[in-house]
Each structure stands twice: as structure tokens, then as C-alpha cells.
Design a binder for this molecule. Structure first.
Ligand code: GUN
Length: 299
């Protein structure tokens, strides 16, 4: 029988642990974790994501602050806001929602967030700590951290002897995911659009992680029988079978056919997606514990 991972359920268990850690902090130190989310412009999808993050932060017992800046905000104004948040002792985590409007340069903004408040894990200091194996000192970006929770709940903490293939090499996901798998002793291959015979590389994977951004690209004959398949893709495609003009979300994995070959698989939606927001809350509580000199919880 194939196990279909319920991302909502796993995310809820992470959120429960975050809530408990928040309660402890409020009771023992009188401190509420403070999360600041900055959004610039009017992109409806970004606003929906940011609202969901704010709601979840409040549910966790955090002090949640949203800064909504107009589309025409200058680089200087945004940089000044980040500096203010960096200096604010009530703020433990800062997230600047991406993408920023085209006239703004996101890289210097992301790099100006203090590494200890960089709950997105995008600062080079955090990327560097991960790359050098300092998993307990930095903050790991939320989507790979969430995918790794699934891997560890399936295979345990030690992946010795297992082959992992990550398809995709982005800074946001592929590279940190490969590094996390390597840190857990997996034998890791990073494949991408220039890889020769991608299907046979993937067929070697005990743990196959797909993050290519192409709807249902991974087919059943790419999957090793009994493998764990983690689908990080979110693609909106037409769904004429629902009715004229409708669309639906699919992953990078052809779910129905791959589920017949895999032992464990994540669905889209309802797999990795709910974990990203849960790991943002986890990173915020970790950042707050560290700021107070306490040993941070693990997720
Ligand atoms: N836009 C879409 N996903 C993310 C994310 O995880 N972090 C940030 N900052 N922006 C995003």
C-alpha cells in the first residue's frame, strides 16, 4: 500500500509544537515572538500568502506585524524599514515577501536582514552555515526544511546508504534541500534541466525530490519501486474536465501513475505547501529562543 503524506496533518503537528514553545516562553520569560512581514505592491497572490502567514502567526501566539508598502516604494524606503525592524528588540523574525515590484532590487534587501532575524533563511550567512554543516546555528529556508520533515518522519534521522535525487538546483530550494539530505548522510545527486537521461538518474533514487516547475513531468517509469517521492512543484493548469475555463493545481510529479510505484508520496495540493508556513513559524520561535539565550526547539 502506498502512503500518501498528509501535509496538513504534519504541518498541524509542527504548529502544535510551536504553540507549546510559545506558551513556555510567555510564561517563563514574558516574551512574545515578534514576526514582521513586509509586502510591497498589489500582487493578489502575494497578499493572500502574507495574510495566511499573519493569521498563522497570531494563532501561534506571536505578535504579528504586517507592513504594507505601495507599489511605488523606493529602494531607500524599503531599506530603511528593514533597518528599523533589524533594530527593533520586539521583532525576532523579518520576512520580505518576494517577488518585489520590478523596479526594486531584492538581493540587497534580503542580505540586509540581520541573519538572526532572517526567518526565510535567504541571507548568505544562513546559506553558508547550512553549507558548512552548522545546522543548529543558522536558519534554514522554510520549504526545504518542511520537505526534510517528511523525509525524516519516513526514514528517520540517518539516511546512510540511501540514494537521494533532487531535481532542481535553485538557491531557494534545490541547493538547500540537497545540503540537508547530505547532512543526514544520504548519497545525493542534484539533477536539472541539463542532466543527461534524467529518467534513469531519477530511477536510482530511494528519495526523489522534484522541484522543476514543470507540471507532471516526473512519470511512473522515473520512480524506483518503493521510493519516497516528494513533490515541491505548484503549477496551475487548465482543468476542462471540471468545466469550461476552470483550472487546478498540480505538482511536478504525475501523481496518479507515480503513486502506483512509490511507497510514500506527497500530493499537490496538501503536501509540501502547508509545511512552508509551518516552518516559518518554527523558524520564528527558534530565532526568539536564541535571542533569549535559550536552547531552541527542534522540528
Ligand atoms: N514568495 C513565495 N514564497 C516565498 C517565501 O517562502 N518567502 C518569501 N520571502 N517570499 C515568497
Amino acid at each position: 500500500m502506498t502512503t500518501v503524506i498528509d501535509g496538513k496533518q504534519v504541518a498541524a503537528s509542527v504548529i502544535d509544537a510551536v504553540k507549546a514553545a510559545t506558551t513556555t516562553l510567555v510564561q517563563e520569560a514574558g516574551v512574545k515572538p515578534g514576526l514582521a512581514v513586509v509586502i510591497v505592491g498589489n500582487d493578489p497572490a502575494s497578499h493572500a500568502y502574507v495574510s495566511a502567514k499573519g493569521r498563522m502567526a497570531k494563532e501561534c501566539g506571536f505578535a504579528s506585524v504586517q507592513h504594507t508598502l505601495p507599489e511605488e516604494t523606493t529602494q531607500e524606503t524599503l531599506a530603511a524599514l528593514v533597518e528599523t525592524l533589524n533594530a527593533d528588540p520586539a521583532i525576532h523574525g523579518i520576512l520580505v515577501q518576494l517577488p518585489l515590484p520590478k523596479h526594486l532590487n531584492s538581493e540587497p534587501i534580503i542580505q540586509s536582514i540581520l541573519p538572526e532575524k532572517d526567518v526565510d533563511g535567504l541571507n548568505v550567512v544562513n546559506a553558508g552555515k547550512l553549507a558548512t554543516g552548522d545546522l543548529d546555528g543558522g536558519l534554514v529556508s522554510c520549504t526545504p526544511a518542511g520537505a526534510m520533515v517528511f523525509v525524516k518522519r519516513t526514514h528517520g534521522e540517518d539516511l546512510s546508504g540511501l540514494n537521494a535525487v533532487v531535481v532542481g538546483r535553485s538557491n531557494l530550494f534545490g541547493k538547500p534541500m540537497a545540503t540537508l539530505l547530505l547532512a543526514a548522510n544520504a548519497t545525493v545527486t542534484v539533477a536539472h534541466s541539463r542532466t543527461k537521461d534524467l529518467a534513469s538518474v531519477c530511477r536510482n533514487a530511494d528519495i526523489l525530490v522534484a522541484a522543476v516547475g514543470r507540471p507532471e513531468m516526473v512519470k511512473a517509469d522515473w520512480v524506483k519501486p518503493g521510493a519516497t517521492v516528494i513533490d515541491v512543484g505548484i503549477n496551475r493548469v487548465p482543468a476542462p474536465e471540471k468545466s469550461e475555463g476552470k483550472s487546478k493545481l498540480v505538482g511536478d510529479v504525475a501523481f496518479e501513475e507515480c503513486a502506483k510505484v512509490a511507497a510514500v508520496i506527497t500530493p499537490v495540493p496538501g503536501g509540501v505547501g502547508p509545511m512552508t508556513i509551518a516552518m516559518l513559524m518554527a523558524n520564528t520561535i527558534i530565532a526568539t529562543y536564541r535571542k533569549l539565550g535559550r536552547k531552541a526547539p527542534k522540528f
